[in-house]
Design a protein around this ligand. Structure first.
Ligand code: NCD
Length: 317
């Protein structure tokens, strides 16, 4: 079967069909399994990954780099491109990408401006993977989120999923909500009205047959959720610090709330958390957020090998 992801950019989650998403998740499961026995593989030995991050990151950059190291490839990295790359001198996103494309075989980019990943992708021929473009999208996070839901709950179809917190600025939930529209899920959007999911996205979801419920009442929504996906209020996206202060702490998920409303709930979070999930949740069996972060490696191994067109069927014994 030809590999539909060979040489592709991953800029927005809607760049991928449901079949392509399934392909990535299937390969991720194989990598998870395989790495238990053989933590370092040789599949991308001749390749170089460039990570170019203009915004802070712990998990996304390090899990991409871990994935590349586990695949036997090499990594070049600018972790604080806003300060140390030629962007400081006024270089455009396109020119920086054109230059890096002469060094590396694939670029993973994070930048504060929505549309920045598309700009880089349009400027060069090698694959560009969007690791977050401001309040726009974060497609690879959505892939690892789907993988985690499947891993924790055994399925996607039939689940009731709540997305809570800053749905306005949170790029992870923008990508995840769109990704979930491929499955038969019941979606509840939980946020203060000022941080609601953009109408453009809810409109798209409705058109695709996923009519989300919207509410500000987290406690009332919890009993009707199998999975609760909590997000951080995105301080860096607020023009007015007073508005952030007003909205921070809107929701706090703690152990008492879970025990009172839905002890079986699976709690996810893209991390970092600030105070929206209390640390007394961490020991509950449903607290999946650190397992979720670990899953990023398998999903990114799958993505890198597929985009670099490694014929995996020859490799799986
Ligand atoms: C998220 C991000 O950068 O959008 N983190 C991540 O990639 N795991 C979430 C956040 O910063 O709140």
């Amino acid at each position: 079967m030809p590999n539909p992801l060979a040489g592709r950019d991953i800029v927005a989650i809607n760049d991928l069909s449901q079949a392509e998403i399934r392909l990535i998740l299937t390969h991720a499961a194989r990598f998870e399994h395989w790495c238990q026995e053989e933590p370092k593989l040789d599949l991308l030995r001749d390749y170089i990954l460039a990570t170019l991050f203009y915004e802070p990151s712990t998990r996304t950059r390090l899990s991409f780099e871990t994935a590349m190291h586990r695949l036997g490839g090499d990594v070049i990295s600018v972790a604080d491109a806003r300060l140390t790359s030629s962007a400081v001198k006024g270089e455009s996103i396109a020119d920086t990408a054109r230059t890096i494309a002469t060094y590396a075989d694939v670029i993973v980019q994070r930048h504060p401006q929505p549309g920045s990943a598309r700009q880089a992708a349009d400027a060069i021929d090698i694959p560009v993977i969007n690791a977050g473009d401001g309040a726009g999208e974060h497609p690879t996070q959505a892939l690892l989120d789907l993988y985690t839901v499947q891993r924790e709950r055994g399925q996607l179809d039939g689940l009731r999923i709540g997305l809570a917190g800053d749905l306005k600025h949170g790029r992870t939930v923008h990508s995840l909500a769109r990704a979930l529209a491929h499955w038969d899920v019941a979606l509840t959007l939980i946020s203060p009205p000022a941080l609601a999911m953009p109408a453009e996205i809810t409109g798209e979801l409705r058109q695709r047959g996923l009519a989300p419920q919207e509410t500000a009442d987290l406690e009332a929504a919890m009993p009707a959720c199998d999975v609760l996906y909590v997000t951080r209020i995105q301080r860096e996206r607020f023009a007015d610090p007073a508005e952030y202060e007003r909205l921070r702490g809107s929701y706090v998920v703690n152990r008492a709330l879970i025990e009172r409303t839905n002890p079986d709930i699976t709690v996810m979070h893209p991390l970092p958390r600030v105070d929206e999930i209390a640390t007394d949740v961490d020991a509950l069996p449903g607290a999946a957020y650190f397992r979720q972060a670990a899953n990023g490696v398998w999903v990114r191994m799958a993505l890198l090998t597929l985009v670099m067109d490694k014929q995996l069927q020859e490799i799986w014994r």
